[in-house]
Structure formats: C-alpha cells, structure tokens
Design a protein around this ligand. Structure first.
Ligand code: SAM
Length: 282
C-alpha cells in the first residue's frame, strides 16, 4: 500500500457524510475560510489552489471572493470527495472552479501558476507535510502566499473533545504517535511553522484564530452530525455494546446541552493559521 493510502481510503468512506453535511460544514468553518483568505492575500481576479478540498471548501467560498475574473482549483486524492465538490459547483452560481483528483505531494500544475494556495484541515493528514508544502511553493508565483489551517489543542475545542472524552470512557485507544495522521498532529504552536521553514517558505508565521462554531441544529442532530463526520467516532460507537450505546448517547447529549442556544449549537473554537511566502528563485 502507498504511504497515505489508508488515510485516503478512510476519507473515501467519509465522503458521503461530508457531502451530506456540506452546507453545515461550510457555515461552521466560514471564519476559518475568511482567515485563510486574509492571510493568503486573496483578491478579486486571483488564481487560487485549495489543497485537500474535500467536498469543495474553502474552494467554493473563495470562488465568490475572486469573482468571474479569477479562478479556484480544488484538489483531493479521494475521488468521492472530488465528485461531491464538482456536484456542489454545478449547483452553485460559480463557473470559475475546477476540481481534480490529486495528492498534495504531487500537484499536477506547472511552476508559478497560482496567486495563492490554501488548505483547511488538510495538512495533518499528508504523508509528508514538508514535501507537500514544497509542492505548494513550487506552484505558487514568487512573492505570493500560502496559508494553512490546523486545529489548536483538543482541550480548547469542545466541538471535538466533548464527545471523544465520553466515548473514551468506554473504548480505550492509545494516543496517536506524534506524527501520525490525526486532526491534532499540528496542534502545538510552532510545529507547522517549522515545516514551512524546512520546505523553504519565506517569513513563515502562525496566529491563533479564536472563533465560534455556530451550527443551527438541535443537540440530537449535532450528535448525528459529529458521529457521521468522524470515522474514528463512528468506528468506536459501532463497537459499543447494546447496553453501552444508549448510555453513551445519553451522557453525550447531556454534555452537549451546555453548548445549546436558542440559535442551535455554539462552541468556542481555536485554530492555528500558518502562512508563508514563496521566495524568488525557487
Ligand atoms: C478534514 S477533511 C477537510 C476537507 C475540507 N478542506 C474542509 O475543510 O471542509 C481532510 C481532507 O484531506 C484530504 N487528504 C488526505 N490526504 C491527502 C493528501 N495526501 N493530499 C491532499 N489531500 C489529502 C482528505 O481526502 C479530506 O478530504
């Protein structure tokens, strides 16, 4: 099996759920998209690459920012994600997007093609983040920027840890190895910035984005949304006994009610936005 193939297979399985919840995912992470667009310096008319686009975000939101004179290309190695992204693009008002099957470490574009490169919650799953950042720098025009979003510490993100803590009381799983593909692989400030430096980015920097994940669904629907979006949670929940499952769900709904408001669920959230510039002559 190729390095990263198990991860890609995992995301191919997850694609129907990510496609189903596409619009809610877009809304929940809109503040992250905005931060990426700001830090990558995206303007009207730009050609932008979205790496690990999943079912088409942030590519489709950025398509509105660059306008009809600009263009956004989204890539993802999971075919089912790309199919979902193309379908969403067909249903949207935008005709300035393109979605292709490709891996971050082998981008099918000539050097110096894009005005900006972004990736939202992707780099933590790449087999070699440094090689992938080198590829992103290769396809960027000199002097242009890339910006990547990764989760900050799990404990500061109740969107994740509320359910994983409760499920973890019943299903024991060892913490992942420091460089295993995992949502929190780059949660330590500075770790991803060092990868950008190693790959040759100029002036790599990171900032903490604190925002609110707002999702207009009741508690019970949020439980379904999270369980479907996370293959890890789905696997663990599937292995609970018939006595454990209702108890885990009861405890989860009780804990999630802390984040329930008149407008749906509302979680404080923390993400790191890490960016760097392509130097001339690489
Ligand atoms: C958490 S999802 C993020 C999707 C989307 N960017 C978003 O924020 O909604 C992670 C994505 O990374 C993709 N991915 C995994 N390995 C990859 C690789 N080697 N190159 C590019 N993308 C990869 C997965 O297929 C999946 O779509």
């Amino acid at each position: 099996m190729q390095p990263g193939q198990a991860v890609i297979d995992h995301w191919r399985n997850a694609a129907p759920f990510w496609a189903k919840h596409r619009e809610l995912i877009r809304q929940m992470f809109a503040p992250v998209t905005q931060a990426l667009a700001e830090d990558a310096g995206i303007r009207s008319g730009h050609a932008v690459l979205d790496v690990a686009t999943g079912p088409g975000e942030p590519a489709l939101s950025i398509a509105a920012l660059v306008g009809p004179e600009g263009k956004v290309v989204g890539i993802d190695p999971a075919l089912e994600m790309v199919v979902a992204a193309r379908r969403a693009a067909d249903d949207s008002a935008f005709r300035n997007t393109q979605f292709e099957v490709a891996s971050a470490d082998c981008l099918p574009f000539p050097a110096d093609t894009f005005d900006a490169v972004v990736s939202r919650f992707g780099v933590m799953f790449f087999p070699s983040p440094a090689d992938s950042v080198r590829e992103m720098l290769r396809v960027l025009k000199p002097g242009r920027k890339l910006a990547l979003a990764v989760w900050h510490l799990a404990g500061n993100n109740p969107y994740f840890h509320t359910l994983s803590q409760i499920v973890g009381r019943y299903i024991d799983s060892p913490p992942p190895e420091p460089d295993a593909p995992d949502a929190f692989r780059f949660c330590t400030p500075g770790k991803l910035r060092n990868v950008l430096a190693e790959a040759g980015a100029m002036a790599p920097s990171g900032r903490l984005l604190q925002f609110t994940i707002q999702v207009q669904v009741p508690v019970e629907d949020f439980w379904t949304l999270r369980c479907e979006m996370s293959e890890k949670l789905r696997e663990k929940i599937a292995s609970l006994s018939s006595e454990q499952l209702p108890e885990v769900k009861r405890q989860s709904l009780e804990a999630l009610r802390e984040y329930s408001t008149d407008h749906g669920m509302s979680f404080p959230a923390e993400v790191l936005i890490v960016s760097g510039t392509k130097p001339p002559g690489i």
